[in-house]
Ligand binder design. Structure first.
Ligand code: SF4
Length: 345
């Protein structure tokens, strides 16, 4: 059993096994994702959160199988996806769907909503004839809350609001009966009120249809709302630094960086205020991916950093002995067997 499996009840539907991904950029090569392991259970809600450049989108694209890892494996039902061919690969492609940040860019502006949603139904032989396709599209529009469905069939993307377009994008993902939806910043381009209703829609798909949802976001407040019964993974400079149940991670973050992110949420929640008071980073400067610090890449900013340890050894993501299962990549938290939030108090 990998480390990532330890918090997933039952067998993982999809799993990243020590994946890394490097890119050539002007000035050298960056490792956008470095040794990430992550197992997603059936019907699970999981958020991957972190600042811009932390590797969360690259991780999501590798999970969705649209970006090949430089090293490591993507597993679907325990089997290596990148060794699959033909029908097996097609099954995976249908099972894992990606919903993008910008629905306007991902929807064909020259196609009506009916054309957009019926095309994959025909392509994957899930509709027999026009009447069947129309009924199925009506049902999908109903599921995603675009009602009455007949009002939307003949419309084009530009005739819809941002939230409605994102609902169409989600409906399109549902045309192939997916087991996993990877939603990359899928609610970041809409107003707050619409954001909540889209998050509720995704959560409803999880509870009513058993679809696993992986939401990628820079906003820990969104992650906390979405994954309140699931897990949050916090990434920093390409590595997973904390992975655990949402409530424990938010109320008592185990990694100093998680504590700093929570401190940045502008809310009057007493638990958050308590964490906020505890965190004073050494610097706000985020190191360049082209010149990462040795050891723990958070050490130049970390108030708990210990010279000779944190600037030398890379911390592994390890289980933190605690009531609620979670993993943290921090030498000090693991050694002290206590979350960073307590050590910073
Ligand atoms: Fe801070 Fe050291 Fe933990 Fe890194 S390993 S987060 S530098 S205490």
């Amino acid at each position: 059993m990998s480390v990532a499996d330890s918090t997933v009840a039952g067998r993982a539907v999809i799993e990243l096994d020590h994946v890394s991904r490097a890119f050539k950029v002007p000035g050298g090569t960056i490792t956008a994702v470095d040794g990430v392991s992550l197992a997603i259970g059936a019907g699970e809600a999981l958020c991957i959160v972190g600042e811009s450049g932390c590797g969360k989108t690259t991780t999501g694209r590798m999970l969705a199988g649209i970006l090949h890892p430089t090293s490591g494996r993507l597993l679907y039902e325990g089997e290596d996806v990148w060794r699959k061919k033909g029908n097996e690969l097609s099954t995976f492609r249908r099972a894992v769907q990606l919903v993008h940040q910008d629905p306007y860019a991902s929807l064909n502006p020259t196609r009506t909503i009916f054309q957009t949603l019926s095309a994959p139904l025909y392509r994957h032989k899930k509709a027999k004839g026009n009447r069947d396709a129309t009924n199925r599209v009506r049902h999908l529009l109903d599921v995603v809350g675009l009602t009455p469905p007949d009002d939307f069939l003949g419309k084009y993307p530009h005739q819809l609001s941002g939230g409605q377009r994102q609902r169409v994008a989600i409906a399109r993902a549902l045309t192939v009966d997916p087991r996993v939806i990877v939603a990359d910043e899928a609610v970041s381009m809409v107003d707050v009120s619409i954001r909540i209703s889209l998050l509720n829609l995704l959560l409803g798909l999880r509870s009513e249809m058993g679809v696993s949802i992986v939401l990628i976001t820079h906003d820990l407040a969104v992650a906390r709302y979405f994954a309140r019964e699931g897990r949050i993974g916090v990434m920093y400079l390409g590595r997973m630094v904390e992975l655990g149940h949402s409530e424990a991670l938010v109320s008592d973050p185990a990694h100093p960086y998680s504590a700093a992110l929570i401190a940045a949420i502008p809310e009057a929640d007493p638990r958050i205020t308590r964490s906020k008071e505890r965190v004073a980073l050494k610097t706000a400067e985020v190191p360049s991916l082209l010149a990462l610090p040795p050891g723990c890449t958070f050490h130049p900013r970390c108030p708990l950093a210990e010279p000779g340890l944190c600037d030398v050894q890379i911390p592994e993501l390890l289980p933190l002995p605690a009531d609620t299962p979670r993993e943290v990549a921090c030498h000090v938290a693991i050694r002290e067997r206590r979350p960073a939030a307590e050590l910073l108090a």
